[in-house]
Design a protein around this ligand. Sequence first.
Ligand code: UDP
Ligand code: MG
Length: 333
Amino acid sequence: MVWCSPCALKKMVKAMLSAVVPAYNEEIMVPRAARVIGRVLRDAEIDYEIVFVNDGSKDGTWEQIEAESRENPAVRGVCFSRNFGKEAAIMAGLAAAKGDCVVVLDCDLQHPPEKIVEMYRLWQQGYEVVEGQKSSRGKESAAHAWAARSFYSIISAAVGFDMSKASDFKLLDRKAVNVLLNMRESNAFFRALSSWIGFRTAVVPFDVQEREAGVSKWSTKALVKYAVSNITSFSTLPMQLITLLGVVVFVVSCVLGGIALVQKFTGRALGGFTTVILILLFSSSVIMISLGIIGYYIARIYEEIKGRPRYIVAKECGAEKQEEPCGEAEKVL
Ligand code: UDP
Ligand code: MG
């Protein structure tokens, strides 16, 4: 006979799963995603809701979400006042979700919805965080793959665990969701934070699917910005590198200073103008880079201090609309 804890039993009797789907310019994918996710969960007899978050799309994404929510009472929608980025969209979805567990997946169906069932079963067994782990990265250019590898090796060092296969495709228990919602950092890096919080974790490997329609929303510039902002939100390593750089420059200047003194006292101190220029250029660029790094962190502190909401909800739709649209800060606190 299989033994079940009271908690696990409760999960089996009456539990609802919320699927949070951030969507930015995904008018073609919204109906497809709603259809496929709904079918998979109905077939598995899982009580569900789908929460689409329209991240300030410029196309008909919101109209599609509204149409879906009229047709299917399990579909709800949250609409941002402008584009706030995927991380903010995920947090808004988590805040709106009412389920006992919440799965986050991309609207373009690159995260296979069939895997949700496997994740849900693991949750029923008592796992509180079920991570989708990329077993392959799908098709991408060599430059993109190299950039992604570099980013993940830096962020893995910063976070303290291997992030190279991490994705945003995760199922979280209500407990873990509440912990994430109570984190006040304005730059929440969902993928890393959801691992950082701990809890009983299981891993489900998946192959990244081809995007069914539309294009990736990430330009190289956006990816670099995303990487820098996430590395600095998790690590002060760049600032510590400045100290290291300072020590290296100090050692080099001691050696060169020694040489200069010897030359002076032996009467060979003429010339050396090129060296002076090189040292000047080198040290001033080191100082400027250092100031830049420190300035970046100060800017981040400034951002956090302002305490602006991570996103602004303009409207919502679906079976049980929230009373008044409001900024996230009011809702979560
Ligand atoms: N997305 C979003 N806001 C953005 C950019 C993307 O909500 O500013 C959503 C997008 O609609 C999709 C998911 O995030 O559901 C992943 O985006 P995309 O497929 O463009 O990224 P990729 O798969 O290329 O990493
Ligand atoms: Mg995608």
